[in-house]
Design a protein around this ligand. Structure first.
Ligand code: TMP
Length: 203
């Protein structure tokens, strides 16, 4: 898994952050070089774009603007941070990558998938995850888990929006089985962690 690119995907409240934290603690203990990052974000410019995208005070943002901002964030993140880290032989772990764009902006916002294909190739420099772990959970359960938080612009969307996101992740996972591991996110965090380590051939 040296120099490999691992992504975590799933709806809000699916437990990505917990699994990424457990994985990073494991890699730290084993002395395996890695970089943990997130989308949108990961670099100074991409984190600034993140603040603009997720600001709950701007509900007027158009889907088109949203798609371009996620892509801009991805281009900077990939070119500045991810590709150089992979080149140095680090395992790169990203909380979300382009599958989120197909699920949120493609399926839920109904933007043109052919256009997203073109933008994605451009913004990723052709990089694809070696392994994507989907933490699958019904939208109702995910939203119930984040009820106590102050919600960002996307988290505030209706249940039907998050249901479309979940369905699209499952469609992508089925089509691209060669790089996908789908886990039932309602399972205990320790069980999920073990499954992640197994998929990464660390145990
Ligand atoms: P997070 O809450 O998992 O940090 O993700 C930020 C939000 O951005 C989340 O609601 C999913 C959304 N998102 C997209 O809509 N498209 C994308 O391409 C990415 C990376 C995230």
């Amino acid at each position: 898994m040296k120099g490999k690119f691992i992504t975590f995907e799933g709806i809000e409240g699916c437990g990505k952050s917990t699994q990424i934290k457990l994985l990073c603690e494991y890699l730290e203990r084993k002395g395996i070089p890695f970089l943990s990052t997130r989308e949108p974000g990961g670099t100074t410019i991409a984190e600034a774009i993140r603040r603009v995208i997720l600001d709950p005070a701007t509900p007027e943002m158009l889907p088109e603007t949203e798609l371009l901002l996620y892509s801009a964030s991805r281009a900077q993140h990939t070119g500045e941070l991810i590709l150089p880290a992979i080149a140095k032989g680090k395992m790169v772990i990203s909380d979300r990558y382009y599958d989120s764009t197909y699920a949120y902006q493609g399926a839920a916002r109904k933007l043109n998938t052919d256009f997203i294909d073109v933008l994605t190739r451009f913004a990723t420099f052709g990089l694809q995850p070696h392994l994507t772990i989907l933490l699958d959970l019904p939208a109702e359960e995910g939203l119930a888990r984040i009820r106590e938080r102050s919600l960002d612009r996307l988290e505030q969307e209706a249940l039907s929006f998050h249901q479309k996101v979940r369905e699209q992740f499952l469609v992508i996972a089925k089509k691209q089985q060669y790089r996908y591991l789908v886990l039932d996110a309602s399972k205990a965090p320790e069980d999920l962690h073990r499954a992640v380590l197994k998929a990464l051939e660390l145990v």
